[in-house]
Design a protein around this ligand. Sequence first.
Ligand code: NAD
Length: 460
Amino acid sequence: MQNIEVYNPASPEELVWSGTETALDQLPGLAEAAKKSQKEWEALTGRQRLDILTAFLDGIEARTSDLADCMVRELGKLRGEAIGEVGKSLVEARWMLGRCLEKSGKIMASARPGIRSMVIRRPRGVVLAITPWNFPILTPLRKITPALVFGNAILLKPSVDAPGTAMILQQVADQSLPKGLLTVIMGGADIASAAIRCPQVDVVTFTGSTQVGRKVMSAAAEGLKEVSLELGGKNPAIVHDAVNMEKTIDDIVRAAFANTGQRCTAISRVLVQQELREPFLNSLLARMKLLIPGPSSNDESTLGPLSTKAQYDKVCEFLKHINPEQTDILTGGSPVDLPGGGYFFEPTLVEVTDSKCEINFSEIFGPVLGVEFYEKVDDAISRANATEYGLTSSVFASDISVIRAFEEGIESGMLHINHGTFPDENMPFGGWKASGVGAPSVGEESEQFYTRVQAIYEGV
Ligand code: NAD
């Protein structure tokens, strides 16, 4: 059992959380308690589950300020972004609660006389959720809510870089949910791997890097456990015309730099039609000047720090070793030294002069945007597709033939026409290729992962 210590990324001397990992030998007991709780939970009516889960979400809402403070301290989020994350999580979760009283199967036409044929959806049992640090309330709640709505219990293994928000979720659960229904397990890869192999765990939902997702999938395969993987991205935007250039720039900047670029759905590459080069770059560089790196405590800050030392080192190293023969740094590219220290990095725009450059393939996960230029839209689409990822994408165009070509040609799970890559609470969320495996999260489709199908032939 190891200690976990978290330091404030905006002032790294400040210890903001300390605690211990869950001991490996505690796991079987916790998983067994989840199994027992799940059986009782499944037996409740949809209405009973709805009332209990409404109280759970109300409890989270009442802790909005605590949750936001925690995200500011542990991850350096700007407070407005942290409050926004709690709000969005609750909107999404409340939409899902509506499913408690909806259909849970269908009656089929009979193929034989005297037989009523039904397809029923049943809970999976115990769901293990493994989550990253970048949205420490949104991502867990995106898994907890559908799991519980559909009658499962859940074990949550959050990131060790954001333990505080998970502990608040546990406190709210202790006050509002039946014992054992939601249990937080603290720790890193060891405890996560052990939990995947727990016999009481029925399915595994994971959000994180593609690299770790591969390990999760192979560990789950040993036990023939189904997985849902939400993985990394290298999300392109294509800018084809300048009908509304100011809005386009604003949408791209928000989608690229919100949460300091640490969103799986962040736009990290822009492909711009060659003729628009000058107006596009002038507007983008002017708009990026409004991004002011600084701590949440400073009202002028519009760009928080990178959330962990590892992430800061990764971004610094990437820019230090970027190939000058394939790229041109148009602005930024360096860490920012502020009086209190902190993992701040300049908002950075890199022109890509050789599309085979590393920046077009690596998920940097920081305030770094690549820009390149194209002449033909087909070429832009094929360049946009030339990564292992396929999470989300945007096109800015008024010509319907360009929009159609994009809709039909782009290889990503989510497409945005004339706006940035921000998803809604009622739409499927998930990636193609190395960005996701299994049924999408969010919206109706999440039922596919959180339930299993039973075919019933009812004779008389
Ligand atoms: P990560 O993959 O390093 O860690 C994610 C989780 O996996 C953590 O809880 C970690 O403790 C756990 N883990 C680490 N090694 C493990 C192992 N061997 N077996 C099982 N679990 C293990 O990711 P991160 O750095 O926390 O988060 C950033 C990544 O998450 C980015 O790649 C980002 O794109 C991705 N992400 C994806 C989505 C999405 O919905 N597609 C959303 C948010 C973040």
